[in-house]
Design a protein around this ligand. Structure first.
Ligand code: ADP
Ligand code: MG
Length: 137
């Protein structure tokens, strides 16, 4: 798939983009959401969850402390922000999660490239100005 770049101008637009992307994401696989704090990773995850009918946007938050959220059997959301060591990540059982018949969204997964599956999809988010975000696939 050639790289595609979107520009959103509000949180709502990013949620809508996530809803649209949900239609073309594979039913199983790993999607890394890559970008700084506040870039909109969790906001895009809200849209994807809504698009898949797995959760309402209000139910989606960064699993910063719980590390893994299960929204439905088909959608999981991981946040590795707080972890620094590969061995900490290895205790989470991500390998098992990645084998499931589910889509797994991962924030900060790029910190541990060796532990992420080879066939992953990467979505990059960048805070370009005020409420503008550039989102590339
Ligand atoms: P991350 O998970 O990358 O740390 P969040 O999605 O939690 O980021 O937060 C993004 C913040 O930026 C939210 O407070 C949101 O309201 C705000 N925001 C402003 N403009 C946008 C936009 N175009 N897309 C996404 N979020 C936006
Ligand atoms: Mg987040």
């Amino acid at each position: 798939m050639p790289a595609r770049i979107y520009l959103t101008r509000s949180e709502e637009e990013t949620i809508s983009l996530g809803e649209n992307l949900a239609r073309e994401l594979p039913p199983r696989g790993v999607v890394l959401l890559i970008g700084n704090l506040g870039a909109g990773k969790t906001t895009l995850a809200k849209g994807i969850a809504k698009g898949l009918g797995a959760a309402e946007p209000e139910q989606v938050s960064s699993p910063t402390f719980t590390l893994i959220h299960e929204y439905s059997r088909r959608l999981y959301h991981v946040d590795l922000y707080r972890l620094d060591e590969e061995r900490e990540v290895e205790t989470l059982g991500l390998d098992e999660l990645f084998e499931k018949d589910a889509l797994v969204l991962v924030e900060w997964g790029e910190k541990f490239p060796r532990l992420m599956p080879p066939g992953r999809i990467e979505i990059r988010l960048e805070h370009t100005a005020d409420d503008a975000r550039q989102i590339s696939l």
